[in-house]
Design a protein around this ligand. Structure first.
Ligand code: SAM
Length: 260
């Protein structure tokens, strides 16, 4: 996946170290909630406020305001090497997440009164959509600790929900009514790992799994394709198209695996 942001070109998605590791390994770390938090340390907060812009335009969900990296931000134009952290995937509202969030906002019954895990939450928009539509319990999970999710909750006048920055794929699985994944199938190894992990959740707990994907080859060419059905396809707004190298649509898929 390539994302051009001014001088900054993200050609690769997170490195191996950021991905899940062994899909069969549930190491018995109990209660991931213990490490979840819903606030930012003052230094990170200041950094995020200085280097992002509040926006609600150019996405499928104008109802949601987010702190994102935009052309008004210094690092949109700055040389990539000057960015002091790992690539800020959390600072982009990806097409897969946009489709999922739109779907949740338009179909509140999908989340109302339900426990929801947003895996690979990024900017947190899909978790925010779930909170707006009455999910009873939410966990946003992203391995990047600098995500602006806590600030984005505030922006949308929502009380904060827990944010877990551990790799949940390495933790013991928990029961969730719904797991949502926006644009998480961008790497083959990660796709394999997610597939196995989601199958386990589905069979162990009857968890519903919704996937938002704009037609990335790691998703459309993956064997998971035989185990999903299309719920809705959205046409992407012009700005999202421009920032995503010609992608034009994004689809929400419902996962129902077989036992193999
Ligand atoms: C393409 S972004 C999608 C963000 C958001 N869901 C959206 O659609 O806007 C992928 C996100 O997944 C996170 N990520 C990558 N591997 C992960 C893992 N094993 N567990 C949790 N998050 C992960 C990255 O840090 C990044 O923020």
């Amino acid at each position: 996946m390539t994302l051009c942001i001014g001088l900054r070109v993200f050609t690769q998605f997170p490195t191996k170290a950021m991905r899940g590791s062994d899909p069969t390994r549930f190491t018995g770390h109990r209660c991931p909630w213990r490490n979840a938090r819903s606030f930012l340390d003052p230094e990170t907060k200041a950094f995020l406020e200085e280097n992002t812009e509040v926006t609600n335009s150019g996405s499928l969900t104008p109802e949601i305001h987010l702190r994102l990296l935009t052309p008004t931000c210094r690092f949109w134009w700055e040389r990539a090497e000057l960015w002091p952290h790992s690539d800020p995937y959390w600072a982009i509202y990806w097409p897969g997440g946009q489709a999922l969030s739109r779907y949740i906002l338009d179909h509140p019954d999908v989340v109302r009164g339900k426990s929801v895990l947003d895996l690979g939450s990024g900017c947190g928009a899909t978790a925010i959509a779930a909170k707006m539509r009455g999910a009873s319990r939410i966990l946003a999970n992203d391995i990047d600790p600098r995500t602006a999710i806590a600030l984005n909750c505030e922006l949308n006048q929502l009380s904060p929900f827990p944010i877990l920055t551990k790799n949940i794929l390495d933790l013991e699985q928990e029961k969730w009514d719904l797991i949502v994944l926006g644009d998480m199938f961008y790497d083959e190894d990660l796709a394999d790992h997610l597939h196995q992990w989601l199958k386990n959740c589905f069979w162990a707990y009857g968890t519903r799994v919704l996937i938002g994907d704009p037609g990335r080859p790691q998703f459309s060419g993956h064997r998971i394709q035989h185990q999903v059905h299309r719920l809705v396809e959205y046409s992407l707004p012009e700005l999202t198209r421009q920032q995503n190298n010609g992608l034009t649509t994004s689809t929400v898929w419902d996962f129902s695996p077989d036992r193999s």
